[in-house]
Write a protein that binds this ligand. Structure first.
Ligand SMILES: NC(=O)c1ccc[n+]([C@@H]2O[C@H](COP(=O)([O-])OP(=O)(O)OC[C@H]3O[C@@H](n4cnc5c(N)ncnc54)[C@H](OP(=O)(O)O)[C@@H]3O)[C@@H](O)[C@H]2O)c1
Length: 250
């Protein structure tokens, strides 16, 4: 289903920017929410160049940790776009696992960045769309949420929270005309992974990931691994017995 009016939270993310370009290229109007005002205005300017005269491209900067402000962000998007067809929640951070292990504060901050702030936005979107009986709600979770590993289990746990929350939301909203789309990327070359070596075959670009996000939302998919081969990798990883898994250095 073509989506006409789309709100993107975390619009300055590399993956979100690419998804936004696809949406605008397909004729949608978009409302972009991002934390850094300079980056956000560059994203909006780029999209305006790509948009036709009838398309609206606007937005505002906001720190999405401020969950009390989430309903007002939706209201502002509605004021600009009119009826909202779809919401994409894309923001996130990749915490340093070792620092999280040494600090409860850092662990909880990572869970707020990637988990609780996301489920706050999903809750506002769910209640708006359920009342109206239509809409697409998407968020970028991660393959990291499919099984806890020693190298990134704080990030993984926050993504698990999002994945499980969305599973329940999908079950709740299935009969109310609302699609809930969980995106699970593997390794994507973006600023978030700038410090990682990119030599392996499992890496893909933000452009391909952004297109996959846009396609999944327009098709109203349930759960999408990006790229798709991560479904098979994670299926194998999830089925390794715990007595073996706990001895692996992953
Ligand atoms: N790259 C990967 O390999 C990969 C794999 C699996 C899942 N993901 C997920 O994909 C999503 C997009 O990440 P990306 O790879 O595109 O990385 P990215 O380019 O680094 O984007 C992350 C974005 O999140 C924003 N953000 C973080 N905290 C925020 C807050 N409190 N309020 C508002 N915005 C906030 C950042 O804004 P600032 O610019 O202001 O910092 C940044 O624009 C994230 O949810 C990430 O966890 C990525």
């Amino acid at each position: 289903m073509p989506l006409r009016n789309i709100v993107v939270f975390g619009a300055t993310s590399a993956i979100a920017q690419e998804a936004l370009r696809v949406f605008v290229q397909r004729g949608a109007s978009v409302y972009c929410v991002g934390r850094n005002p300079d980056k956000l205005s560059a994203v909006i300017s780029d999209l305006r160049v790509r948009a036709d005269a009838g398309q609206k491209v606007d937005g505002q900067s906001a720190n999405l940790l401020d969950t009390a402000a989430h309903p007002a962000l939706f209201a502002a998007a509605r004021d600009t776009l009119g009826d909202i067809d779809a919401v994409l929640v894309a923001h996130g951070t990749l915490p340093d696992q070792a620092q999280c292990e040494a600090s409860v504060e850092r662990t909880l901050a990572a869970i707020a960045d990637n988990g609780t702030s996301v489920i706050s936005l999903l809750t506002v979107a769910a209640n708006e769309f359920a009342a109206r009986g239509r809409g697409v709600i998407a968020a970028i979770s991660s393959v990291a949420g499919d099984r806890g590993r020693q190298s990134n289990y704080v990030y993984g746990a926050s993504k698990s929270l999002v994945t499980t929350f969305m599973q329940g939301l999908r079950n709740r909203l299935a009969t109310k005309g609302v699609q809930v789309v969980t995106i699970k990327p593997g390794f994507i070359d973006t600023p978030m992974t700038a410090a990682f070596p990119k030599s392996g075959m499992l890496w893909t670009t933000a452009q391909r990931a952004g297109r996959a996000v846009a396609d999944a939302m327009e098709k109203g998919r349930d759960v999408v691994y990006v790229p798709g081969y991560w479904f098979w990798i994670m299926t194998i990883l999830r089925h390794v017995p715990e007595r073996i898994f706990k001895k692996l250095r992953l």
